[in-house]
Write a protein that binds this ligand. Structure first.
Ligand code: HEC
Length: 220
């Protein structure tokens, strides 16, 4: 194939014209030696290294310090990491107060004084401040028959409030409400843990309301 420049169709050359070929064509026409300095050159290799380095640095910097572009990174007071995880669980006393108001207060009253002779008080009650084994059972399954609270006799029925009952309180809510009543109105007994409520629930299973006599073994 004859591909010598003089035999080529100039229109093809024109279509494929580049800056480089244009310069060359002019130099040829002017009878000049090609000017090496006027040529386009590849990006110098060391400059390429500098740019790559900058991009690498920039990406690493953002990866490390951008805070995932979360606006909260500017809130210095927001709890972070372990502190945020520790702050998440709800306060059992606050949760217990809500449960008490919605479930127990109807009978035992907001003041915890009860409504004698129908509803015994929780304030100053030896049942509330006594054994957690016993008071957990009362809330889980209910209580019926004669009892004595702070020197006064009662004989009525408290319905079950545990899981599966009408109130269907979870072990978390039972632990919270008992923790609440054991520190409210001048009561002072240690908190009741969710684990303990679950343990008692697992031991007993489902049953009807307790009597005072049946709870005797759990009084301590
Ligand atoms: C429908 C009314 C009613 C509701 C609701 C109720 N109770 Fe009772 N509660 C009673 C009655 C009545 C007794 C006494 C039962 C008896 O005479 O044998 C009692 C007894 C008790 C006792 C033992 C006696 C005492 O005064 O300390 C505790 C503790 C107790 N309830 C806690 C609670 C808690 C906590 C709740 C909420 C989760 C609750 N009760 C909800 C009616 C209720």
């Amino acid at each position: 194939m004859n591909n010598a420049p003089e035999n080529r169709d100039p229109r093809i050359d024109q279509a494929a014209v580049t800056d480089e070929s244009l310069l060359l064509a002019h130099e040829k026409f002017l009878g000049k030696q090609p000017d090496e300095k006027a040529r386009y050159r590849l990006l110098p290799l060391n400059l390429l290294f500098v740019f790559s380095g900058l991009i690498f640095f920039g990406a690493t910097y953002l990866g490390r310090y951008s805070g995932h572009f979360d606006p909260k990174v500017f809130d210095e007071t927001a709890p972070r990491g372990a502190a945020a995880a520790a702050a998440a669980p709800v306060d059992p006393v606050a949760m217990g107060r809500t449960v008490y108001t919605t479930v127990c207060a109807a009978c035992h009253q907001a003041t915890g004084q009860g409504l004698p002779p129908a509803f015994p008080p929780l304030a100053g009650s030896e049942w509330v401040n006594g054994s957690e084994e016993r008071v957990i059972r009362i809330v889980l399954h209910g209580l019926s028959g004669p009892i004595k609270v702070a020197g006064t006799d009662y004989n009525s029925v408290m319905p079950a409030a545990g899981p599966g009952s009408g109130f269907n309180l979870s072990p978390e809510k039972i632990a919270a409400v008992l923790t609440y009543v054991r520190q409210e109105w001048g009561n002072s007994a240690p908190p009741v843990s969710v684990e303990k409520v679950r343990e008692v629930q697992g031991q007993v299973g489902s049953r009807g309301p307790w009597t005072a006599a049946e709870l005797e073994p759990f009084a301590q």
